[in-house]
Design a protein around this ligand. Sequence first.
Ligand code: KIV
Length: 274
Amino acid sequence: MEEKEDFRNQIVKPSSLRTLKAKGQKITCLTAYDYRTAQILDKAGIDIVLVGDSLANVFLGYDSTTQVGMTEMTYHTKAVAKGIKRALLVTDMPFLSYNLSIEKTISNAAELIKAGAKAVKIEGGNENIIKAIESLHNVGIPVIGHLGYTPQSEGVLQSRLQGKTENERQKIFEQSKKVEEAGAIALVLEMLPKDLAKEISHSLKIPTIGIGAGPDCDGQILVTDDLIGKSELKFKFVKRYAEIGQVIEESVTNYVSDVQKGNFPDNTHSFSLT
Ligand code: KIV
């Protein structure tokens, strides 16, 4: 059997994603919003770190991803960029930052690239979005597409699981083709039946990155806080690898008790000149 080349030590570039797919190597992605988390993910061998606009709900406690803008995405991209040596840093273009005019789309994407992102992610597949992907590709800004459940359009969607009718399936399939033709380097598929995600993954040359879209995507992405058990919500498509929320709560409860009882600091945590 032919031995697979190991990409774990190579810097991940936008062009690496297609190569990974062609070689049958699954692409791993997680979110980060701060320097230290990015550093840990990078050290652990993650291929893509996404500064997702999930920042809004997960990190800032807002109700919707539509509540963050360029200021927040740029600020967090700068922090995350400091923590990354190997992974590809991708930043979500926030709500209405890529839908109003091509000039504004390009200047917003350029701001994120200047902050340290190596590619941007854009939700949707209508005509305007395809034009935006094409325009960014033409000026040399790599783009990752995002179809299926697109949180920025939550207000106009009927449910989280997409692709439930034949019409919807057909539409998503056709849009995936257009996203690829427009020059995207990869495509996130969120909340789709696994057979549809498989069909799309097999028909595209660019890799698909799934979240709630089954095992046949070319890569997987999760929100890190969900994976480590720090977020409040538990979703069916998330596998929890730790319960960090509980660890933090227990640690703080013990600290509070120790300080209140005078058990901390003790001699081992105090300085003395004698
Ligand atoms: O904002 C985000 O974190 C995302 C991923 C969950 C795909 O878009």
